[in-house]
Structures are given as C-alpha cells and as structure tokens.
Ligand binder design. Structure first.
Ligand code: PYC
Length: 317
C-alpha cells in the first residue's frame, strides 16, 4: 500500500456557504507575490485544488482557502481562494470563514488584522462577539445597463462591476428570490452566464465575468436579497461578500446609497451581511460584516491507489 498524503483543514460556513481552510500539507509555492503563487498553484499543482474542493471530498459549494506566509509583514496571513473549477481573486464569505478559523485556532484575537490575497491586502476586524467585518478591495462599476440576449428570457439588462471578482448584476428575475425557486434561479443565471460568454462581454482589463448576480427584494418584504451564481455552477448560499461589494459600487454610482449608510444584504437562505461603504478613488471601499461557524476539523488523506484521489473528473498528476 502506498503512503498517504495528509492535509490538515478546518471547515466552517459563513451564512450557509462553506469554507475549507487548508492549514498544512500543501506543496511549497515559494515566496513570490500571492498572485505569482496563485499562478504557480494553477500551473503545477492544480490537482491539489481538485483533491480538496471537488467530489468525493468536496463539492461545488466548497471554497478552499490555502494559508500562505504573507509577503507584507503587516499581514497576519496570506491566502489563496479556490473552488471546484478554479481560483477566486478574493472571497468575502471565505475571508469571514478564514478569520473565524484563525480565531478558533487561537492564532488571532479580537481587533484589526490585515490579510494578503492575490488581488490585494484586505483589512478585517474580528469583533468581540465573533462577527467579522471585511474592508474589501476597492469595488467599482465598469459598465452600466449592458443588454444581453438570453435564450428563453429575451433581453436581460445588467451592470458589470468589480468587487474582488467580476459580476454581471441584473435586477430582472423570472421568479421570486427565495429557496423554493432555487432550481429556476440556477437555470436562469447559468443561461445568463452562457449568454455573456457567447457575447464576449468582459469586465475591465478584459477580465472574465464569472459571477452572475440577481438583485432584488425578499418576497416577504424583509429587505434586499440576491442570488449569486458562482463559476463552479453552484449558487452562493451566503449573500456573497464580493457580489455585495460590487452591488454597493453600483448603488453608489446610481446615488442610491450614501457613504456610511447601512445596507443589509440577504441571500436566498435569508442569512444576511451588514454593509456600508466609504468613497474610494475609483469606486467604493466596502465594509461587509457577517458571521461564520466552525463545522469540522479534518485530516484529508490522499491515497495514491484511489482512482478518485485527486477529485472526480480531475487530471491525475
Ligand atoms: O463571498 O465573495 C464571496 C464569494 C465568492 C464566491 C463564493 N462566495
């Protein structure tokens, strides 16, 4: 029997969306910038991503967070976020899960901290009650009122905005934004995603738009609600930190939300993030507050003899 590879990880969920923080056992990605290390991870070690995030160990909802030594000594950690299909520049719910995990391990206490990601340094506050606030990367709207023809749905109009990932945000929804309509919302947002790709619509600097957000009101009248389709084909169970940041940028650009005003953003489970923004140089500097809960402390074992050791459908090393 071949020796098994071992990884240590802590699982949590933020407002319903899972995060798996990988603490140790990963190949060395060197001491380059987090963006360089993410590129190396993608080019040479992608099977480690699929081993952690894909079935049978993971699922299309899991966001992995690989801990890294930060380059910037002010940061308490570096992190690379990934999922079942690739890599995320930044992840809001994942950052809240990461901070909750570091607190669970006794590595940080309440107060202000910085973390380094491939798209920049992000400030966080761990509150005494366990809630976490993220001062996300500067977010902005790149294009307003972009129309795309979606088969079966006609013309769908939305904004293209950056919140640490690229989003197409539309207010058009064929059904109410609730859990009962999740299958229809999933089919709709996947159709919008295909139409965006087919039309060659891109974000700033030709960035790939890989998240589709439907933005509206909760059917029970309790406030703003969204449905966010992630690149791996699963919807975000949380209100999506980067999607909410992109939404704040659009609200600010439309003068529909003032600097410092509180915006409570629900996802379709009804779980919520409390948000506000400060003005930035290009867009807004969002603050997103939410809560995560620890769900498991895991030793991941990778057995070389297992045909699905590196994930179903994944390339073996
Ligand atoms: O919270 O930013 C987020 C996020 C992105 C993808 C899944 N969650």
């Amino acid at each position: 029997m071949a020796a098994m590879q071992k990884l240590l990880a802590i699982d949590s969920h933020t407002a319903g969306e899972p995060t798996r923080v990988v603490l140790s056992g990963f190949p060395d990605l060197g001491r380059g910038s987090l963006a360089d290390r993410c590129a190396l991870f993608r080019e040479r070690f992608d099977h480690w991503r699929s081993a952690v995030a894909c079935e049978p160990r993971g699922s299309d909802t899991v966001v992995g967070a690989l801990l890294q030594e930060p380059v910037d000594p002010r940061c308490c950690t570096g992190v690379i976020f990934f999922n079942n299909v690739g890599y995320l520049g930044m992840c809001g719910h994942g950052t809240i899960g990461l901070i909750r995990t570091l607190a669970h391990l006794g590595r940080i206490g309440p107060g202000e901290h910085l973390i380094e990601t491939p798209v920049g340094v992000v400030g966080v506050v761990l509150h005494d009650d366990g809630r976490v606030s993220i001062d996300n990367v500067e977010s902005y709207r790149a294009r307003a009122g972009v129309a795309v023809d979606v088969p079966g749905h006609g013309s769908v109009v939305g904004d293209v905005a950056w919140g640490g990932n690229w989003f197409f945000i539309t207010g058009q929804s064929p059904v109410p934004l609730d859990l009962a309509h999740e299958p229809e919302l999933t089919a709709y947002t996947l159709a919008v995603q295909r139409a965006i790709d087919a039309a060659g619509i891109r974000g700033g600097d030709s960035g790939v738009i890989d998240h589709v957000e439907v933005s509206g009101r909760a059917p029970d009248g309790s406030g703003a609600r969204n449905f966010v389709m992630c690149p791996g084909g699963a919807y975000d169970r949380s209100p999506c930190g980067t999607g909410t940041s992109a939404k704040l940028a659009c609200l600010a650009a439309d003068r529909a939300l003032a600097e410092g005003e509180v915006w409570v953003q629900q996802g379709i489970l009804g779980s919520a993030f409390e948000c506000s923004y400060r003005k930035g140089t290009r867009g807004v500097l969002p603050r997103i507050t939410g809560q995560a809960w620890i769900t498991a402390s895991t030793e991941i074992l990778i057995d070389a003899d297992d045909p699905f050791a590196w994930g179903i459908g994944a390339k073996r090393p």
